[in-house]
Design a protein around this ligand. Structure first.
Ligand code: PLP
Length: 379
């Protein structure tokens, strides 16, 4: 099945009870048993729920995986992966990570005796010096949030395989429409489904997708034991959102390109970060591993002035100043004071998250309105 068909039919079949084409919202915590253990595969909704299961099958199908797991948030999905580890284990991760991921690693899992190495992975071989007997996991985010660096998944996967280390990729920004990490050698794909998969800014959810049965069993055990599942109503909304993923992503990519090109020639703009530019440092890798460049664009205004950046985001009228990304509506954020505020200023600035950096999640509105809005706010 081709991707555009999978978004609509992947892992889906009409509901066996009444033939409903859309999976019903099984809003139930429990299921009848005719005798202890005598049920139809569903005993308790933390363990299994038909609506969630339909979504988990859809996740697996989209990423060319064999098993999908749905969580109550992207962070809950990352937390589940980290629970595979034991005290003394080490993780090598991208240095330019979503702030919440950085916070989970450094403020929670470091306290449990897990060591994290934050490494610039734009050159894959940079990770080699950090691999030792204790290394159990490599955590990659690509494109990175908010600098839009691209990490070569194939090259990192090759090193991970050589050293028998698991490779997990946060595929939130790219979505499976643009990039399929399992096919590139990753063991685990993670999503904040809150973003493009859900696509309508109406839910908070996480996803994990794997090919390997033993790894799936381990993650399912953690999902069930820790219980950070999503509810059936949100599972239904995500299933509905996924049905238009391909159409939305196509427009996100077109509008992202138009916005990046507009900003790139604007006299008040110092630098635009968008992997579609030929002079982007990782453009060739982006071209090789992604089928488009996405709808995320970051930029820095001339002068790097904090107050000017705040004034700019306050002046936008079509772009909404808000946390999050990946919805149909255009959003804008100021990472230094919002998504990345949990990263110390010196650390932030080392990776380019300066005071005037603005991150845009370019939506699927009319391109002309978006450019007019940016133009008036810059003015
Ligand atoms: N990963 C990335 C790249 C994100 O942007 C986010 C949230 O912004 C997360 C993970 C966390 O996901 P959630 O907010 O659904 O917990």
């Amino acid at each position: 099945m081709k991707f555009n068909t999978k978004t609509i039919h992947g892992g889906q079949k009409p509901d066996p009870a009444y033939g409903a084409v859309m999976p019903p919202i099984y809003q139930t915590s429990t299921y009848v048993q005719t005798t202890p253990g005598g049920h139809k595969g569903f005993a308790y909704s933390r363990s299994h729920n038909p609506t969630r299961q339909a979504l988990e099958n859809a996740f697996a199908s989209l990423e060319n995986g064999a098993f999908g797991l749905a969580f109550g948030s992207g962070m809950a999905a990352i937390d589940a992966v980290m629970k595979i580890l034991k005290p003394g284990d080490e993780v090598i991760c991208t240095n330019d990570l979503y702030g919440g991921t950085y916070r989970l690693f450094t403020k929670i899992f470091e306290g449990f005796g897990i060591k994290f190495h934050f490494v610039d992975m734009q050159k894959a071989s940079n990770i080699e010096g950090f691999i030792n007997e204790q290394t159990k996991l490599i955590w990659v985010e690509t494109p990175t949030n908010p600098m839009l660096n691209i990490i070569d998944i194939v090259a990192i996967a090759k090193i991970a395989k050589q050293h028998i280390v698991l490779l997990a990729v946060d595929n939130t920004f790219a979505t499976p429409y643009l990039q399929q990490p399992l096919d590139l050698g990753a063991d685990i794909v993670m999503h904040s489904a809150t973003k493009y998969l859900g696509g309508h800014s109406d839910l908070v959810m996480g996803a994990l997708i794997v090919k390997d049965k033993a790894l799936a069993d381990q993650l399912y055990f953690i999902q069930n034991a820790s219980g950070a599942i999503c509810g059936p109503q949100d599972a239904f909304l995500a299933l509905r959102g996924i049905k238009t993923l391909h159409v939305r992503m196509q427009r996100h990519c077109e509008n992202g390109k138009a916005v990046a090109e507009f900003l790139n020639t604007h006299p008040k703009v110092e630098k635009v970060y968008w992997p579609g530019f030929e002079n982007h440092p990782n453009h060739d890798i982006a071209k090789a591993q992604m089928s488009g460049f996405g709808g995320m664009v970051s930029f820095v205004a001339k002068g790097n002035n904090y107050d000017e950046a705040i004034k700019f985001v306050e002046n936008l009228k079509v772009f909404t100043l808000a946390e999050s990304l990946g919805g149909v509506e255009s959003l804008c954020g100021h990472p230094a004071s919002m998504t990345h505020a949990s990263i110390p200023k010196e650390e932030r600035e080392k990776i380019g998250v300066v005071d005037s950096l603005i991150r845009l999640s370019v939506g699927i509105e009319d391109e002309a309105d978006l450019i007019k809005d940016l133009s008036q706010a810059l003015g």
